[in-house]
Design a protein around this ligand. Structure first.
Ligand code: GDP
Ligand code: MG
Length: 437
């Protein structure tokens, strides 16, 4: 599913010290693919990844946040944005306000009609009337009546009348005469390709002029949900979407797709069969759900272990070839910072161990070191030999430190390198292996 796919794509960013053009591009390629697979249309997916890219690259991840965490947050916020910035309220003004349900058979229209009536009655002080507009199944009227009884809301029905347009009109008249300020019209399930049925619901719409037409869709139907939403919207130009059966582990990728394809707000979600299992749709919360935040953390941790092993192997190779540079140096610092207690862990930097052990290390010391290295150009990081006086002065200025500190760091780095080279020749290799344990 979408969540798993996104989680996997974030792995690319694991351990990276910085969000760069390259690692963002790689991650977003996966994010885009995941979105496309989840039925988000091409244009939306492209726009989505582009705005994530711009936001990611503008971010400074020098301090506490790890790049993948930052990416998760950026993607999360963009997802929320894609589903609508805020919750959009249902329009219940009017005397009476008229709400018309639409959707496939079994999508949850009747259940939701009951839930909505109950919610608006208890939380918004409405005096609702439920209308049995499904005249095709004998059990349908009975089902609505039972729901109405449970929530204490009257149900308008005409057992002998088989014309739902007339029933709807009569119900509105009835509501006006009986002081009902809210009419919720349940309808039969229909397919968008069923011309006669679509003509029928259009006729109901034209006859009673509802201010809210809600499209009710089963969140578990995935790709189909999106197609159906589009077809219904083309015919009915509905006002909002209700996503039902969003309980259990349905993650709601459909929410994303529907929103992006029909560009109508999702207004409610149904989260169970009980009549109080209804929630106003909150884009933020849905983004949480789609991303499955909790899962990401553990996955990221697993990926971390794998990364560490690969990194150690890579580093060993570089040291053997005397190619250990400032990029590696800062990567090591990043690794250490991730692990927590600096004093205990500092000695684990390959080759640095002994020298640093006796030093007074605190977070600020690392901050300066990082700042200095980040102020170096890529060329300077890979070829520290070229760091002459004027370069050092520039780096000091850029990092907000002084030349003395820059000199110290470079000296320390040189010593580390020398020691590493000494170790990798002869008995050093065994020592390195021991250090990593
Ligand atoms: P309709 O044909 O569109 O009117 O659909 P119904 O309201 O009759 O619902 C069809 C089935 O889905 C029923 O068994 C409902 O109990 C169930 N249902 C409806 N909404 C939800 C929901 O949010 N969660 C779960 N788990 N089941 C639901
Ligand atoms: Mg029904």
């Amino acid at each position: 599913n979408l969540s798993d796919r996104l989680e996997r794509s974030f792995k690319i960013l694991k351990g990276e010290g910085k969000i760069t053009e390259i690692n963002v591009a790689e991650t977003l390629k996966d994010v885009r693919r995941a979105l496309l697979d989840a039925d988000v249309n091409y244009k939306t997916a492209k726009e989505f990844t582009e705005s994530v890219r711009q936001k990611a690259l503008g971010q400074d991840v020098l301090t506490a946040v790890k790049p993948h965490q930052l990416m998760v947050k950026i993607v999360h916020d963009e997802l929320a944005l894609l589903m609508g910035e805020t919750a959009i309220d249902i329009n219940i003004k009017g005397s009476p306000a008229i709400i018309l349900m639409s959707g496939l058979q079994g999508s949850g229209k009747t259940t939701f009609s009951g839930k909505l009536a109950s919610l608006l009655k208890s939380k918004r002080g409405k005096n609702p009337l439920l209308v049995a507009g499904d005249v095709y199944r004998p059990a349908a009227i009975q089902q609505l009546k039972i729901l109405g009884e449970q929530i204490g809301v009257p149900v308008y029905s005409e057992e002998e009348n088989k014309n739902p347009v007339k029933i709807a009109q009569n119900a509105v008249q009835y509501a006006k005469q009986h002081g009902k300020d809210l009419v919720i019209i349940d309808t039969a399930g229909r397919l968008a390709i069923d011309e006669a049925m679509m003509t029928e619901i259009t006729a109901i719409k034209n006859a009673v002029n509802p201010q809210e037409i809600l499209f009710v869709v089963d969140a578990m139907t995935g790709q189909d949900a999106v197609n159906t939403a589009k077809e219904f919207n083309d015919r009915l130009d509905f006002n909002g979407v209700v996503l039902t059966k969003l309980d259990g582990d349905t993650r709601g990728g459909a929410a994303l797709s529907i929103r992006s394809v029909v560009n109508k707000p999702i207004k409610f979600v149904g989260t169970g069969e009980k009549l109080d299992a209804i929630d106003v749709f909150h884009p933020e919360r849905m983004a949480d759900r789609i991303l499955g935040m909790g899962d990401i953390v553990s996955l990221v941790e697993k990926a971390q272990e794998q990364y560490d092993e690969e990194e150690a192997r890579r580093l060993q190779k570089k040291i053997a070839k005397n190619q250990f540079d400032f990029n590696d140096f800062i990567a090591q610092i990043q690794q250490i910072k991730k692990m927590g207690n600096l004093k205990d862990l500092a000695s684990m930097i390959p080759g640095v161990g002994k020298q640093i052990k006796d030093l007074d290390i605190d977070d600020d010391a690392f901050k300066n070191i990082e700042a200095i290295i980040r102020s170096m150009t890529p060329q300077e990081r890979t070829n520290p030999e070229i760091l002459n006086g004027s370069r050092r002065a520039r780096i000091a200025k850029g990092s907000g430190t002084n030349v003395q500190e820059v000199n110290n760091l470079i000296k320390q780095f040189d010593q580390t390198r020398k020691m590493m080279r000494a170790m990798t020749s002869g008995g050093g290799k065994a020592m390195m292996r021991n250090m990593r344990r």
